[in-house]
Design a protein around this ligand. Structure first.
Ligand code: COA
Length: 256
């Protein structure tokens, strides 16, 4: 579906690599489709015992492609694969491992809340600028993030949108370890391979017991409705235009 996402199965690990480094792995609709397909394959293909998510270049991902958002805010229609990707993340029963370097923006951070093991390079920066973009957080992060790190920290991440560095993210409990950038892939790969040696049935049940998939999906549905409304707002149009024009947004003349 997209040549900007590479999927490879080796020794039971389905490695899913975002491969759009010139745009910091910003996610287009087709890329979301490829990610959704990979997660569906992981559930169906008995050879897959763990999934490893990673990104090429200096960033994990800059989040949703802002040009795509701008098109939607101008009225573009069509299937949005992001919904299928998020639903598949919520329903995933296979272990998900993430290797994160550089920027992990928006969904680049919120998807980590659905991963079972997260490894950060020292360069990692978790950024959730939903409010700065006049949107609301997604991927059930409005529930999962405060639950994980507490309301005060979660609110600051969402409302101020300031980057959280690797050590801070680790101290918040958002990751399992921080490693040197040149060790990141090997570390995450070794963890994924270790999981392939564990009894899959037991891993699947353990994950199901630790996560309330139905509650997560219900929160995603609530977020998604408001997110879609916000995408069409004058505030969001200003935010996307400002990014395209490489200037700060000016919300001062727009009534909320
Ligand atoms: N959508 C589309 N293009 C993006 C993008 C995004 N989310 N993020 C980065 N890019 C593009 C830039 O427009 C630029 O393209 P160009 O070379 O054609 O001008 C290229 O990727 C490199 O980005 P740049 O901003 O020069 O890199 P940087 O290292 O200075 O900053 C980020 C990296 C990720 C901090 C910055 O690009 C950014 O804030 N991006 C927007 C992130 C965002 O708001 N995502 C949505 C979350 S919901």
């Amino acid at each position: 579906m997209s040549d900007l996402v590479n999927v490879a199965l080796e020794s039971g690990v389905l490695t899913v690599t975002l491969a759009r480094p010139d745009k910091k792995n910003a996610l287009t609709n087709d890329m979301y489709g490829a990610l959704a397909d990979a997660l569906e394959r992981a559930e169906k293909d008995t050879a897959v015992r763990a999934v490893l998510l990673q990104g090429d270049g200096d960033s994990f991902t800059a989040g949703n492609d802002l040009a795509d958002f701008a098109k939607i805010s101008q009225g573009a229609k069509g299937e949005r694969h992001v919904t299928r990707f998020l639903t598949n993340l919520a329903s995933a029963t296979r272990p998900l491992v993430a290797a994160v370097q550089g920027n992990a923006v928006g969904v680049g951070t919120t998807m980590l809340l659905h991963c079972d093991l997260v490894y950060l390079a020292t360069t990692a920066k978790l950024i959730t600028p939903f409010v700065n973009l006049a949107l609301v957080p997604e991927a059930a992060s409005t529930w999962l993030l405060p639950q994980r790190i507490g309301y005060a920290r979660a609110y600051a991440m969402f409302a101020l949108g300031e980057p959280v560095d690797a050590q801070t993210a680790f101290s918040f409990g958002l990751a399992n370890a921080v490693v040197a950038p040149d060790e990141l892939r090997a570390k995450a790969r070794a963890a994924a391979e270790a999981l392939t040696k564990r009894p899959l049935g037991s891993l699947v049940h353990t994950k199901k017991l630790m996560r309330d998939a139905e509650l997560i999906k219900a929160q995603m549905a609530r977020e998604s409705q408001i997110f879609s409304e916000r995408l069409m707002s004058a505030e969001a149009r200003e935010a996307f235009a400002a990014f395209a024009e490489k200037r700060p947004p000016d919300f001062s003349r727009i009534a909320g």
